[in-house]
Design a protein around this ligand. Structure first.
Ligand code: F6R
Length: 615
């Protein structure tokens, strides 16, 4: 959450910073700010409340800010309400206002993450004469660096290292020191931060899309490391202040993949990219090459899948498929719960962490806990080089490209197909799937991109239905087994971007309480692609109709007459294993159009941010 950019080079910095922030706005958008230095002058700080557009217009697209070195931030509030005072950058000087303008300060900085002991540190700084204008942990962090820097008359790296020793929590910290014109300093623990280089400039960002227009050669700064960044070089240091050498990574994503490419919103673009994403992910899957050899797979006795939000829903779907095809017991745990539980795992347990960003704080903590317990960890991630990808034993890469819209769509589809293929491979290696059946599954999977395309080509009907949904106060998604996992995801999509209250229920559970919420006109959407349980779910739908519900169904292929259904959505037929990959597509489109019909900001829904790097 929150986005960080930095630039030092030969060009005017402000425009580049604003451009980078535009690409990161999906990581937080309740306030934004930049600090730019013109030569040796004090940094000029400009901060605004609300989306980035206000900062852009206040600075005339950056033209009003002279200087070739600067840092910027787009915020998702953790400590303190969204306000100009709480917006970053923060300054070390004892200013009485909001930290805007040129303020006499030795240090100015931006930060992502959470400093857990910031209150304790603040008390200490208060006793040393520091005054605070904001409620943020970031201001405390910047002032703590300033405190060590001035008290011990040490260099920036030493001051940062002392701060790292004292600060508990997670951070990607980016600083400028007045005494060091043209230089930016950075430090990191558990919050992503990359540094990009070209021949005559250096860039910093919390996420790849911010700098893709300028460079694809980047360094991933590691936990408890710091960096000194100049236009000509970048030098990394460990906690002792000793230099360390980090490998340069070349990012394969091209700049265009982080643009809207003619679509009105990133979400719509990303929904339409799914045929390509599923096909690319299928092509890239190679279990042997990532170390999941037949011997490793045969040794798996139990699986625990963990993740957050949509990634957890993928786990719910995978549970059915793995147990069905490979006969390995699977439990699915929310990463935020897993990290605090003592689960007795037996030998041969594989923990699978699913994450688009590879930086979600709870998922990362769950991974670390699994490793502490001596368990093997497989990560299914979209962002290669991310913390989760780096710390796992095995990595399956979902080749979805950058996902910008806050609500995940294409990464979800890529995760689903990865997990399906994993289940098939596991079943095959364990001798439960014959060669013939294996070939059949691979063929079925290869047909998915075209079938997804067919659903995308037939979206008018969904646009019409969404006009009805837009007027709803509340909705229910019901289904059994695999269909239930898709209900969870469909319902989350709907509520997060349309703000309509929505619940997903295993269809059999309705009668145990929830049905009391059904009233005249309530929409109940049944996902009924699984032929074996279709009739059961249909009966539950009819029970809702008897209480006044408006029924929408999603069925696969020809199911015969379901006469009580008010609106039927038919998706192409495919093997039951793969129906979630098709059933989710109309649900994504329905949420998208419902949000549009309600006049909402689809890509940046309120209170949310992409990549939840705080607990
Ligand atoms: C919902 C959504 C979130 C994420 C969740 C995990 O549309 O995007 O629920 O799925 O925050 O994020 P990652 O996959 O980055 O770990």
């Amino acid at each position: 959450m929150c986005g960080i950019v930095g630039y030092t080079g030969r060009e005017q910095a402000a425009g580049i910073l604003l451009d980078g922030l535009r690409k990161l706005e999906y990581r937080g958008y309740d306030s934004a700010g930049i600090a730019v230095r013109n030569g040796a002058e004090q940094a000029q700080v400009v901060k605004t409340l609300g989306k980035l557009d206000s900062l852009i217009s206040l600075t005339d697209g950056g033209k009003t800010l002279m200087g070739k070195c600067g840092i910027g931030h787009t915020r998702w509030a953790t400590h303190g309400v969204p306000s100009v005072a709480n917006a970053h950058p923060h300054v070390s000087g004892n200013c009485r206002n909001t930290g805007n303008g040129p303020v006499e300060s030795a240090v100015v900085g931006v930060h992502n993450g959470i400093i857990e002991n910031y209150m304790e540190l603040k008390e200490k700084l208060l006793t040393h004469g520091y005054m605070f204008y904001s409620e943020t942990d970031t201001e405390v962090l910047v002032k703590l660096v300033d405190y060590y820097y001035r008290k011990y008359k040490i260099g920036p790296i030493d001051a940062i290292n002392r701060t790292m020793v004292r600060a508990r929590g997670s951070y990607a910290l980016t600083l400028m020191f007045t005494d060091y014109p043209g230089e930016i300093y950075a430090a990191r623990k558990d919050s992503p931060l990359i540094i990009g280089r070209t021949e005559d400039a250096s860039f910093l960002a919390s996420d790849v899309p911010a700098i893709l227009n300028y460079t694809r050669d980047v360094y991933y700064i590691q936990n408890h490391q710091s960096a000194r960044i100049t236009p000509d070089s970048v030098t990394f240091f460990d906690l002792n202040g000793d230099k360390v050498v980090l490998p340069e990574t070349h990012i394969e994503w091209d700049a265009l993949s982080a643009e809207k490419d003619g679509y009105e919103h990133f979400m719509l673009k990303e929904i339409h990219e799914q045929p390509k994403v599923v096909s690319n992910t299928l092509k890239a899957l190679d279990f042997q090459s990532i170390g999941l050899t037949d011997t490793v797979l045969k040794g798996i006795r139990q699986i625990c899948i963990t993740g957050c939000g949509s990634a957890w829903h993928v786990g719910m779907a995978a549970q059915y498929v793995i147990e069905d095809l490979a006969s390995v017991p699977v439990r699915v745990e929310l990463a935020s719960e897993f990290r605090y539980r003592s689960i007795p795992f037996s030998e041969g347990t594989l923990v699978i962490v699913i994450s688009q960003s590879g930086e979600t704080a709870d998922s990362l903590a769950a991974l670390r806990k699994a490793k502490e317990c001596g368990l093997m960890v497989l990560a299914v991630v979209n962002v290669m080089g991310s913390s989760i990808a780096r710390e796992a034993d095995f990595v399956l890469h979902t080749v979805a490209g950058p996902e910008i819209s806050v609500a995940t769509t294409k990464a979800f589809s890529a995760q689903l197909i990865c997990m399906d293929l994993f289940a098939i491979q596991l079943g095959y290696v364990k001798g439960l799937i014959s060669q013939e059946k294996y070939d059949f599954y691979i063929k079925e999977a290869s047909l998915l991109p075209d079938k997804i395309q067919m659903i995308l080509d037939d979206k008018q009907k969904l646009q019409w239905l969404s006009t009805k949904l837009a007027a709803q106060k509340s909705m229910f998604f019901i289904g059994r087994s695999l269909d239930y996992s898709i209900c969870l995801e469909g319902s989350l999509k709907m509520k997060e971007i349309s703000y309509i209250h929505s619940e997903a229920y295993a269809a059999g559970e309705l009668k145990h309480g929830t049905i009391s919420l059904i009233e005249e006109g309530t929409v109940v959407l049944g996902v009924m692609t699984e032929k074996s349980v279709l009739e059961k779910t249909y009966s539950n739908m009819v029970e809702c109709k008897a209480r006044g519900a408006y029924l929408v169904s999603i069925v696969s292929g020809n199911t015969g007459k379901l006469k009580e259904i008010d609106f039927n959505i038919c998706i192409p037929d495919c093997d039951a294993v793969f129906t979630p990959s098709l059933a989710i597509v109309p649900l994504q489109l329905l949420s998208y159009y419902t949000s549009i019909n309600r006049g909402l900001d689809v890509d940046k829904p309120r209170n949310l941010a992409k990549s939840v790097t705080v607990e």
